[in-house]
Design a protein around this ligand. Structure first.
Ligand SMILES: [Zn+2]
Length: 126
């Protein structure tokens, strides 16, 4: 994957137009600020929130991530041993909480890249 491909831009949370500017100014592991997002691209100035409430739709992607985590952890616990309901609740709840910053960010990144209607323009970000 080239460093300027769409996949790479999504993986690294870059702007869909210039693929250089970052969408999130802080690390995903910064537990206080992981949800803070740049309003505009710091490189090309693209406004990330395409219209008021644009990222509301990212909740559907976030929901899909949560279902995937539920299923993965649930199946893993079932395969690994015969655990109590309590173990399932802690295991699944803990996994969803631990992965919340990642799930939150990638739902927004994917939503903007897939449904933002923004084309890559190599003239930006030089
Ligand atoms: Zn940009």
């Amino acid at each position: 994957m080239s460093s300027n491909s769409k996949g790479s831009a999504i993986l690294h949370g870059k702007c869909p137009r210039c693929r250089k500017g970052t969408m999130f100014p802080y690390s995903a592991y910064n537990l206080i600020r992981f949800h803070k997002m740049n309003e505009d691209c710091p490189v090309c100035g693209l406004r990330f929130e395409r219209e008021p409430g644009f990222f509301f739709g990212a909740m559907y992607i976030s929901y899909a991530f949560s279902v995937a985590i539920f299923t993965t952890v649930g199946v893993a616990l079932t395969v690994l041993g015969d655990y109590s309901l309590y173990t399932y609740l802690i295991g699944i709840g803990g996994s969803v909480l631990l992965l919340l910053p990642v799930s939150f960010r990638y739902s927004r990144i994917l939503f903007l890249h897939l449904f933002g209607g923004i084309d890559f323009d190599p003239q930006y970000g030089r």
